[in-house]
Design a protein around this ligand. Structure first.
Ligand code: CO
Length: 493
């Protein structure tokens, strides 16, 4: 059995606050913790990506690359890690290769070291441009397998994908359990299977949403996993990653126990407790507690809570069970796609429409695109009847090629648009503008600040959350169907 210590990546600056405080931690709130975080010797600090770029621009009015610069300066010793949605970069649609390449290059230039690259369909063709761009920048490409349950997704299928990712040039592999649904023995079987066939390090990422996280890490560690992701209380446990101290304590007498300084971890906890209470408007008891509810439905916890709100808005609360029974049917028809951003939202809304109007009577444009191959190759084939119906309803042709092959290069056009608007035309602005044009423009049009209340106490943070969005919301994605827009809450973990 392996005796080398397992290494922890720390997620408090990305997934920790994304999962427990709607991605609202500001750069100013992060900086005082940086020196301590850097001193602990973590394998990596997850500092960027996922929803942080969107939420930072939208709610905190921060230019994304500024955060990267500021944190990098304060944590020079530890490698930085980010979550990248392959060809979607950090958005929900496909971007041309030149935009993906420029984004990776600029991120590397600003200090990003490890790129955790995934695709919502586990279609490696959608990951390849990003992998190559990371390698070209001399950085670490971590190929990611999205864990999900379905009759199609056997242990062997996941192991096969791990082997493929190594062949594509990845430097390590991550098994990403965004929903926190992986049982310990399953984690051990997949990790053990991959470890037996590849030479590169293997990482497990999970959440403690239903209470399996820590146990699954322990099982994966016994099976030889090299790295696992932990966070720091109170941005840990529940819908976040297991807490670092807790994970370390659970490994007492385990030959692979790492040693991260407990006093520093306690100091960090104390510091983050203050931030957590400052972000009170965006935190919720629901996210803190372990709840096995999501196990029943096999969907990400965030999707479950968002969906209850959604059904309420549609006055369909009484049809909750029916809609949830429809989810596996929609997934099967759409080739057993994993439920991760953005597919979890697309499947959820389609299930709701199927119950409301009858099966496939109303199709969202996004579900049509999945059925016709515009998101990439689905794990299993799409139901031919559903594919036919999608083609008829939309007038679009099914495709089998890599979706980004249909996209023209865009960087030149983006620079020209920025110039026309009198904004900076560097590649940093171009790639952010490609994904979030409205939000970036708002940074350059000064809105009058509301006058502060005279007796209000001064917060430590210099930039306060500006939205009154409820705690569970990260950002919204609009799904249109027959002229009606279904606004969906998007949470990516
Ligand atoms: Co996560």
């Amino acid at each position: 059995m392996k005796t080398t210590p397992v290494k922890f990546n720390n997620t408090v600056l990305r997934d920790g606050h994304q999962s427990l405080a709607a991605t609202r931690m500001t750069t100013q709130e992060m900086l005082p913790a940086c020196e301590m975080l850097d001193s602990l010797g973590f394998n990596a600090l997850e500092t960027w990506g996922g929803a942080t770029i969107d939420a930072g621009l939208r709610f905190l009015k921060e230019f994304p690359f500024d955060r990267l610069d500021a944190i990098k300066k304060m944590t020079p010793k530890t490698p930085h890690m980010m979550l990248l949605r392959g060809q979607n970069i950090v958005q929900y649609t496909h971007f041309p290769d030149d935009v993906v390449e420029a984004f990776v290059k600029m991120s590397a230039k600003h200090g990003m070291d490890i790129f955790r690259i995934f695709d919502a369909l586990n279609d490696t063709r959608n990951m390849l441009t990003a992998i190559k761009a990371v390698k070209a920048a001399g950085k670490h490409a971590q190929g990611t397998i999205c864990y999900t349950t379905s009759p199609f997704h056997t242990i062997d299928k996941f192991v096969e994908m791990g082997v493929e990712l190594e062949k594509l040039g990845c430097d390590s592999i991550c098994l990403k359990d965004m929903a926190g649904l992986i049982p310990p023995k399953v984690a051990a079987e997949i990790i053990g299977g991959i470890k037996a066939k590849v030479k590169i390090p293997v990482n497990l990422h999970t959440h403690d949403t239903v209470g399996l996280g820590l146990a699954s890490y322990l099982a994966a560690i016994d099976a030889g996993v090299d790295w696992v992701d932990t966070s720091i209380v109170p941005f840990a446990n529940g819908t976040g990653q297991p807490d670092t101290l807790r994970m370390q304590a659970a490994m007492e007498h385990n030959p692979r126990q790492p040693h991260y300084d407990e006093k520093t971890l306690q100091k960090l906890r104390h510091y983050f407790e203050g931030i957590y209470s400052e972000l009170g408007k965006f935190t919720s008891l629901k996210n803190e507690v372990v709840d096995s509810d999501a196990l029943t439905y096999q969907v990400p916890g965030g999707m479950l809570s968002n969906f209850r709100t959604q059904l309420k808005e549609q006055k369909m609360e009484d049809r909750f069970d029916e809609v949830f029974a429809e989810i596996p049917k929609v997934r099967e028809a759409l080739g057993w796609i994993p439920l991760v951003t953005p597919t979890s939202q697309i499947v959820g809304v389609q299930a709701m429409l199927n119950v409301k109007f009858g099966p496939w009577k109303n199709f969202t444009p996004q579900a049509i695109d999945i059925a016709l191959g515009y998101y990439g190759q689905t794990p299993a084939p799409v139901d031919p009847e559903v594919r036919k119906l999608a083609a008829e309803k939309s007038g679009k042709k099914p495709i089998d090629c890599r979706p980004a092959d249909l996209l023209e290069p865009r960087m030149e056009k983006l620079r020209a648009e920025l110039k026309e608007k009198g904004m900076p035309t560097d590649d940093e602005h171009a790639v952010i503008y490609a994904m979030f044009p409205m939000e970036l423009q708002k940074l350059y049009t000064k809105e009058p600040e509301p006058a502060p209340a005279p007796a209000a106490p001064q917060p430590v943070a210099t930039s306060k959350p500006v939205s009154t969005t409820p705690a569970t919301k990260t950002t919204q994605m609009a799904l249109g169907v027959d002229g009606k827009t279904y606004s969906v809450l998007v949470e990516e973990l």
